[in-house]
Design a protein around this ligand. Sequence first.
Ligand code: NDP
Ligand code: MG
Length: 390
Amino acid sequence: MDCPVPALKHLALFGATGTIGDNTLDIVRAYPQYYRIAIMTAHQNSKKLIALALEFMPDHVVIANAQHYHEVRDALPATIIVSAGEDALVDAASLPYDMMISAIVGFSALRPTMEAIRHGRTIALANKECLVAAGTLFMDACAAYGATLLPIDSEHNAVFQLWHGVQNRPPHSVTLTASGGPFRTWSLEALYDATPQQAVAHPNWVMGAKISVDSATLMNKGLELIEARYMFNLEPSQLHVLVHPQSIVHCFIHYADGSHLAHMSNPDMRIPLAYAMHYPERLRLDLPPLDLVARGTLTFEAPDHTRFPALGLAFAAMREPSSAPIMLNAANEVAVEAFLGGAIGFMDIPAMIARILEQNAQHSVSSLDEVYEINHSIRIATKRLISQAS
Ligand code: NDP
Ligand code: MG
């Protein structure tokens, strides 16, 4: 039986110049009959934004760093509306489109994504930091405004797929897998000397610098636990992590009768992206098949909390009142940036976050304004800690 031909979907690609942006645009290139880019945004990579805008001819382009406005405006035809600045990013989220791909990195994605939620839009969510920080407020807003959330983060996309496959029967628990990152086999001593260059060289995935460092510390998995907690309304005790270096199994969902369902695919972000973009149908992707014989043995190990303390910090923050994940995320973003800039060492990242969580009392948060305030003050506090340390 033939599937109905889907209508052309107009996409708002927030974070077009990043690696999720690259993967999204690959799918759009392959299926121009299904997708059109209506809006694209970047932060400061004006050259790439201009090249992409000339290729995809969106209606609207936003450059968040206003210093690049004239360069982008002058390079594009008058038919493309160009705007600049953080507020322009939020305004663009309220323009007409069918689906937002939320792929800005970090907390900065929160305001435009919330704006899309307030307009009841369909959001394919790659960014995890906004859900970690705004948690229940974010999910309550989706319900209140009738917004649809489709996960792109591969593990969450895998949970979503499995959960639907069993007629939405809630599982007893969920296990997210982690590749273990580039330092999985390194000794604790060696980790103290790990360089930014080594940290961003992920063995299985090509990703932006921030998420690559998060994968190396295992904070990425910690953020994903919190993301899963809110996205799927699970208790902390229902969430587990297993290290699986081959990145073929992306998650397990477990049932009380002893059944364990796994989702498998090659590690390629186009697979979860296409699932979200084409949901509820499946898109044919011209990708290499999953060859389990060639892949050889699939292995699983428990995470090592001594060498990778960030994961334990996230587990603990998930059990604390709602200010804890905001603090964890803000301190992590600042510490990762400082590590990438050479100001602190690799093991200082979890150490700084632990200090911030110890020094600041946790409390529950009931408004988005509070989320922004805590994010702001913790960023300042973490920067102060870093400058005191160096
Ligand atoms: P990249 O660093 O590759 O790209 C980030 C994008 O966000 C770029 O377009 C960048 O613009 C833009 N950006 C950065 N800072 C700002 C800002 N302050 N305001 C507006 N735009 C900004 O990141 P990734 O594509 O790897 O990841 C994006 C998100 O998706 C992250 O939250 C990550 O955790 C999540 N994710 C990524 C996966 C992956 O495989 N990459 C997998 C699962 C989740 P510019 O280029 O101009 O700086
Ligand atoms: Mg992931």
